[in-house]
Write a new protein. Structure first.
Length: 323
């Protein structure tokens, strides 16, 4: 089969190589899946660089989120079992973690439903306990993780403020349903949030960026607000001033969604049921901005790594795997 492999760590466009490899053999408790679509996530870039919390042995195939087809014809979504990632024609996954793909979504949309939307659901509902009528601030609102949080926030009845970088991403954030959009390149984020909230600030801040975004989060969070720390796409891990959290009376909540797969898998299943229902009634729909053939995977991963994409980019093997 055709698959991308990383033989040494570095930038995705430099270290990902497409070639012919053996079709993976499922281990105990695993299933073989034909890849119908693979969604690109920022962790794929971190895997290539050797900077992710999981470091599979070299060589490995990146791609941590797919919509696939089982040998008996079922359409499913799954997180491939590394080192056999999803940027390939076939992959393997743990059978217990395979979930039915929602009928309301096509293959690329279904591939993009899992990690980002599960993270958003757990962050907003399980950790922050977002309530209808509250104000939600989402950093990188036009990106893959942020766009999911925007849709989930609107579905929960929140007023959503989206922070983006650039006019193109601002337009995407408005289309996603943000009530207020702030272009951090053209506006003072702190002043704009305070203006939008009458000086009160945001009840919940969803931060997959870190760095300067976290500094803005601490300055704009409301009394009894909650900052959900999701990731550090900026590359800068902040060191929160706990005295500031004390005097402003807000909470800093960490979210590592992957832990739920081992600590509370039934809750992951429950979340998937909730997401499937939301998709069925049109309340959420992954924004897939680009669908690329398998041959274009490395360049697409690099674009995601560089932060120049909006929504999700999906790799669709059947639409362009080299002969």
């Amino acid at each position: 089969m055709q698959a991308w492999q990383v033989h040494e760590n570095g930038e995705p466009s430099e270290v990902m190589r497409l070639g012919e490899v053996a079709t993976p053999t499922p281990g105990d408790g695993q299933v073989l899946l034909k890849v119908r679509a693979a969604n690109i996530n920022f962790p794929d870039a971190l895997l290539c660089r050797g900077q992710y919390q999981v470091r599979p042995p070299l060589p490995f195939t990146p791609g941590v989120e797919i919509c696939g087809e089982t040998e008996d014809g079922r359409r499913v979504i799954a997180n491939p079992a590394l080192p056999h990632g999803g940027f390939a024609e076939y992959t393997v996954a743990d059978a217990a973690a395979v979930l039915p793909a929602p009928d309301a979504l096509d293959d690329a949309e279904a591939a993009a439903l899992h990690i980002g939307y599960q993270t958003g659901w757990f962050g907003l509902h399980r950790r922050a306990r977002l309530e209808a009528g509250e104000t939600l601030l989402v950093h990188a609102a036009a990106g893959g993780v942020g766009s999911a949080a925007v849709q989930l926030g609107k579905a929960a009845g929140a007023t959503v403020i989206g922070v983006v970088g650039g006019a193109e991403k601002a337009a995407v954030a408005r289309e996603l349903g943000c009530d207020t959009v702030i272009d951090r390149r053209a506006e003072d984020v702190v002043a704009a949030v305070k203006a939008a909230t009458g000086g009160r600030g945001a009840d919940v801040v969803y931060d997959p960026v870190g760095g300067d975004a976290y500094t803005q989060s601490a300055k704009t969070v409301a009394f009894e607000g909650r900052i959900v720390v999701v990731g550090f796409a900026s590359g800068a891990i902040p060191s929160p001033a706990l005295n500031h959290a004390l005097v402003k009376n807000y909470a800093i909540l960490g979210l590592h969604w992957g832990l739920y797969n081992t600590r509370n898998p039934k809750l992951v299943q429950h979340c998937h049921e909730q997401l499937t229902e939301l998709a069925a009634r049109g309340a959420i729909k992954p924004l897939v901005s680009e669908r690329v053939p398998l041959s274009g995977a490395a360049a697409a991963v690099q674009r995601v790594a560089d932060g120049v994409t909006t929504g999700r980019v999906a790799v669709v093997p059947e639409n362009g795997a080299p002969a």
